[in-house]
Design a protein around this ligand. Structure first.
Ligand SMILES: C[S@@+](CC[C@H](N)C(=O)[O-])C[C@H]1O[C@@H](n2cnc3c(N)ncnc32)[C@H](O)[C@@H]1O
Length: 465
């Protein structure tokens, strides 16, 4: 690549012959470099327009994209016919969308016929770019009505853009000034009982964050389901109820991993159930938007060894890797509002106090040692709860674990200035929480701190809501 400095770029911009020669004789990298640094192009740079148009038929897609981008800077409606003709002979999606963007930047009614026609393009990216161009005229109801036909468009992203335009426009509605206060009857409360029974007593939109690790089908002593189908249906009901009690746009993080249920006899094989994948299958239908999948990675020495047989025989098909991962599936209660809308519901003091300090996880693989507990066989490491709470909630929020076990989420919540709501079916684990939550109540000098309540589901029914 030739060395080109800012001064040379200015010379190129000001002389059409030099620019033309540069375009004809330079390598692709140099042309791309210059096209990316042409800066503002106004009427005075019109002299290089011809060369830019010639680049719209360059063999490199990236150069064609950059050329279309630069032509768009002129915002000149007289260029419309030439751009339409370039669009019609173009096959690359990237270049086609850049050409539509250049046409949109004209902000001229003469482009509308072309944009309307493009709404029928089979490529959703092209259609979305045409919508952007049309939305420039959003104050004109006739123009906006032209988008109504897209209400039945098969592409979900296009539907998500179009629906709010015609459905009472929640997107443009004013923000509620501040969200309602956290509910007192849930704050720092542990209820012993079945999660579904307890949740039936909880009002809509109360919970800020749920982090949970559901029972592992029938792989542990505390869970007995008649069939895998019954187990998955149970979890579906739980996540449906959690959706109802969760505030708009807030998060649910589910920790699971495939489980093996031991074989019946040596002449049978053990069965592996893909729990995270089966759960994921119904989450969208309930109203949870998939956001992220985080891998919890454990040291190999800490997990059950499945490798013994293969180590000896080395026969293909008998390979069994040691499972060192669990999944943390991150979902958000579906909303058309951006995450900024949720953030804006907090005062600047709360935001300041909730900022995530340095040393946070920068990838979706979190290396954390598992934790062992004498009484409960599958507890969260507190570090895992602390990360989830600090990344997905603000100070003062209510965090919920429907399958609380030893109450690790509650301990982490208290340490981080959040309050917790926990449900647990098993009396033994309820007692364990009574004995260990919190280790030292004197640490809570904050007046807003609610004393921890341990109650049965019957008593919870009668609590003043
Ligand atoms: C995987 S453990 C959760 C452990 C917890 N994360 C901890 O840190 O200790 C699942 C828990 O769900 C509880 N559980 C099972 N079915 C339940 C139900 N229907 N309602 C409430 N809790 C239930 C079990 O007793 C068990 O303690």
């Amino acid at each position: 690549m030739k060395k080109i400095d800012a001064k040379q770029i200015e010379i190129l911009k000001s002389d059409p012959d030099i620019f033309f020669e540069f375009v004809q004789t330079s390598d692709e990298k140099s042309i791309k470099y210059v096209l990316g640094r042409l800066g503002r192009l106004s009427a005075s740079s019109i002299i290089i327009q011809e060369s830019l148009f010639s680049l719209l038929s360059h063999r490199s897609i990236q150069i064609r994209v950059a050329a279309a981008h630069n032509v768009g800077k002129f915002g000149d409606a007289n260029l419309l016919p030439k751009l339409i003709s370039a669009f019609e002979s173009e096959t690359s999606t990237e270049v086609r969308t850049e050409i539509i963007s250049a046409i949109g930047r004209m902000r001229d009614h003469s482009s509308l016929n072309f944009l309307y026609k493009t709404l029928n393009d089979p490529d959703p990216k092209t259609v979305m770019q045409a919508i952007r161009g049309i939305l420039v005229f959003k104050k004109d109801p006739i123009v906006i009505n032209s988008l109504k036909t897209l209400l039945s468009h098969p592409n979900e992203q296009i539907q998500a853009i179009i629906k709010p335009l015609f459905e009472g426009s929640i997107a443009t509605s004013k923000l509620k000034s501040k969200s309602k206060e956290p509910a007192n009857y849930l704050s720092n409360t542990v209820v012993r009982g079945d999660v579904l029974e307890v949740l039936a007593e909880v009002a809509d939109d109360e919970i800020h964050l749920t982090f949970t690790s559901p029972p592992y089908y029938n792989a542990r002593d505390y869970s007995i389901y008649e069939s895998y189908g019954e187990y998955i249906a149970f979890l579906k009901s739980v996540f449906t109820e959690i959706h109802r009690v969760t505030r708009e746009g807030r998060f649910l993080i589910v920790n699971t991993s495939p489980v093996i249920v031991s074989r019946f006899s040596r002449s049978h094989s053990s069965r592996r159930y893909p729990i995270p994948f089966d759960i994921h299958g119904f989450m969208d239908e309930i109203g949870w938007e998939y956001i992220d999948d985080i891998i919890w990675l454990k040291p190999e020495a800490s997990v059950k060894n499945r490798n013994g047989g293969f180590l000896q025989h080395r026969k293909p098909l008998g390979y069994k890797p040691n499972t060192v991962t669990e999944m943390l599936m991150v979902y958000r209660k579906k909303t058309i509002r951006l995450i900024d809308w949720n953030m804006k519901q907090y005062s600047s003091e709360i935001i300041e106090q909730s900022l995530v300090p340095d040393g946070y996880e920068t990838t979706n693989v979190w290396r954390i040692d598992p934790k062992y507990n004498k009484i409960h066989s599958a507890v969260f490491p507190i570090e895992l709860c602390e990360k989830i709470i600090s990344y997905y909630s603000f100070k003062g929020d209510i965090v919920f674990d429907p399958f609380a076990g030893s109450g690790t989420l509650g301990k982490a919540a208290l340490a981080l200035g959040r309050s917790f709501f926990l449900t647990e079916l098993n009396e033994k684990y309820f007692q364990l929480m009574k004995d260990s939550l919190p280790p030292n109540e004197n640490m809570f000098t904050d007046k807003s701190f609610n004393k921890i309540k341990f109650i049965s589901s019957d008593d919870f029914r009668n609590v003043e809501k």
